[in-house]
Design a binder for this molecule. Sequence first.
Ligand SMILES: CC/C=C\CCC/C=C/C(=O)SCCNC(=O)CCNC(=O)[C@H](O)C(C)(C)COP(=O)(O)OP(=O)(O)OC[C@H]1O[C@@H](n2cnc3c(N)ncnc32)[C@H](O)[C@@H]1OP(=O)(O)O
Length: 298
Amino acid sequence: MAWRAALRSKAVIPALLSCSSHGRLCASPTFITQRNNSTSPKIKVDYDQTTGVAVMHMQSPPVNSLSLDFLTELCISLEKLEMDKGCRGLIITSNQPKVFSAGLDILEMYGKSPEHCGEFWKVVQEMWLKLYGSNMVTIAAINGSSPAGGCLLSLTCDYRIMADNPLYSIGLNETQLGIVAPFWFKETMVNTVGHRNTEVALQLGLLYKPAEALKIGLVDQLVPEDQVFSVATQTMTKWLTIPEHARQITKSMMRNPTIDKLRTNREADIQNFVSFITKESIQKSLRMYMEMLKQRKA
Ligand SMILES: CC/C=C\CCC/C=C/C(=O)SCCNC(=O)CCNC(=O)[C@H](O)C(C)(C)COP(=O)(O)OP(=O)(O)OC[C@H]1O[C@@H](n2cnc3c(N)ncnc32)[C@H](O)[C@@H]1OP(=O)(O)O
């Protein structure tokens, strides 16, 4: 309960979220008390101290959309794991059927005040900074569809294993909503699948079936649905055999130019998001997209 109260406290969250994701010394000690098997409403973390591997189960019905509360919880969990020197690996997966994550929660961006949008975007940035810059080995066990922000979440990981189910899709489809993936979404994609694939994918807002995603390198491996988690665990074991300092320095070398660009432009990026998303025309696009989702369902 104290944990829930802390999560809600606007006074403590900013202090926690301002910690560096690179070092492990930026403790906010109030939060780093519970080390094992913490359970929270939207994310369940199972941490096995013997293997040094944590598993984050996203469990926010119906579709693990990345709301302000969800992302705040995710950042707090990440901070705790990153602080724990014994925790060397993280697997992210979904407990919701058929969906890994539906991406950013559209309701956090629709009909909300500029202040709310700014607060939301700050935690989206924080999630990305923490995951893309994590010292841990991170593996996405993608057991369902993963559009937009859900795709971004998986792209922050070191390795992506997806269920070989043609009903699922993955990609940065923002343009289909009439919105634009910001530069750090774009660069994360470029760093994964290259410039040309990204240029086409982002302009058209493409969602790829697993086989197509594998072909362009958006995911690293396809496996039968019931093996996604076990293969992720085996892959983690392999990655953890690499000398840690060498792997971490290599990861930083590959990712820091992109990370530094956002770090030095955070406030401008927030302002840019807020002025874009609150435009009448963009709000109209979001409304139409949500209506389309509902009609598709009916
Ligand atoms: C300058 C920069 C400016 C802007 C940058 C912004 C970057 C934005 C990034 C994003 O991530 S935007 C979100 C994009 N997400 C999507 O396009 C996904 C939309 N959802 C789907 O395609 C599907 O829901 C699905 C994930 C494939 C799952 O399909 P399924 O059939 O299983 O579920 P259903 O469609 O019936 O949805 C159930 C329920 O959930 C609501 N929903 C779905 N996605 C979202 C979402 N992203 N945010 C909020 N709510 C979402 C959906 O409307 C249904 O609600 P209902 O039960 O009330 O009808």
